[in-house]
Write a new protein. Structure first.
Length: 351
């Protein structure tokens, strides 16, 4: 049997939308903490993450202080991750394998240089240097990333098939060169039937091709079979959830259909997306769910599904034929048994 490793990650964040944290209590629980050392070119001095005003070709070293409160020397992993939009529809600063839109011109791993791990003695603080080398081309908008300092208590051990606990601090990194407001834009692509969160779903790929994050997003609309809007409409609404998208990111927006059987056919998605700045985007997209796709989805979603791909009437006819056959065998056996008993009785009388 293939073994799986499950990681539970405690995220102690100082991100763009994070609420104030009880730092003392959290630090005591995980044995370390990480803090941004804010430089002079910090734009918003009221926040605890990096919000830096930069220039084209500018180079700068920023620092994160890692404090080891434990009684043992500890090695921490350091990552600087491009901000993404996660499967729940929120900006995410964790290291992921998410895909980015082709509009992403300045990947963060081409801008920053840093040591991927730092070893800190017990009861000691140490600085982690991150060098920023800005692109030569001037841009409007923002480059958004997250600095992750991660502690793995089982570092260097074989944890195959075990549950491991990972602890991490995330500090947002926002790089801008101007106050010019970038017009927001959304695109829709690749609508299909899929399984999402263990349920039948219509998944629409929403794209933010701009260098600006979009917040307070609402998703509303309907899905229906093509030409049957009045009789097959499935409505959905994801509003007041403070959903968001990172710059130049892709979000697989899943419309939850529950544990219903997915039916093959031609469909239409009508989707309206709005944000906190009164922008509204309306999309209408036709798509097809093939018989093979529907069968694969239903095998996962519907418990005990034994669909072999045969039409329902075939099963009914086969069942009826089998019933008639069994009944005929019973009658034939009963008739032979009665004849045998009758002959035996006659022989006894003649004797």
């Amino acid at each position: 049997m293939k073994k799986l490793t499950i990681s539970f990650i405690l995220l102690l964040t100082t991100l763009l939308t994070a609420l104030p944290l009880s730092a003392q209590a959290e630090e005591g629980n995980v044995g370390f903490s990480a803090h941004a050392i804010l430089p002079d070119n910090q734009v918003n001095k009221e926040v605890t993450y990096f919000d830096l005003r930069m220039e084209p070709n500018q180079k700068q070293i920023i620092q994160v202080e890692v404090i080891n409160n434990s009684s043992e020397e500890t090695t921490f992993d350091v990552n600087v991750n491009q901000a993404t939009t996660n499967e729940s529809g929120f900006i995410d600063y964790e290291k992921t394998d998410s895909m980015f839109d082709e509009s992403l011109k300045y990947p963060i791993d081409e801008i920053v240089t840093y040591e991927k791990e730092v070893t800190v003695p017990a009861k000691t603080a140490q600085m982690v240097d991150i060098e920023i080398a800005m692109p030569a081309e001037k841009y409007d908008g923002e480059i958004l990333a997250g600095i992750q300092v991660l502690k793995d208590p089982n570092r260097g051990e074989d944890t195959t098939g075990q549950i491991t606990n990972l602890f991490a601090y995330l500090i947002a990194l926002r790089l801008t060169e101007s106050d010019v407001k970038v017009p927001r834009e959304l695109q829709l692509d690749n609508v299909s039937g899929q399984v999402a969160f263990g349920k039948s779903a219509i998944v629409a790929q929403v794209i933010n091709p701009t260098m600006t994050s979009i917040k307070k997003m609402n998703y509303e609309g309907v899905v229906y079979q093509k030409g049957k809007k009045d009789s097959t409409t499935e409505k959905f609404a994801y509003v007041d959830k403070e959903m968001s998208m990172a710059p130049n990111s892709i979000y697989d927006f899943a419309i939850d259909l529950g544990e219903k059987a997915m039916k093959s056919g031609d469909y239409v998605l009508e989707l309206q997306v709005s944000d906190g700045e009164d922008n509204v985007w309306n999309f209408t997209e036709e798509f097809t769910v093939t018989a093979e796709e529907a069968k694969a989805i239903n095998k996962i979603v519907i418990p005990g599904s034994t669909d072999k791909g045969l039409p329902g009437w075939v099963a009914v006819v086969a069942g009826a034929f089998l019933g008639i056959l069994v009944l005929g065998l019973i009658l034939l056996y009963s008739k032979k048994r009665n004849r045998k008993v009758s002959v035996t009785s006659n022989e006894e009388e003649l004797a």
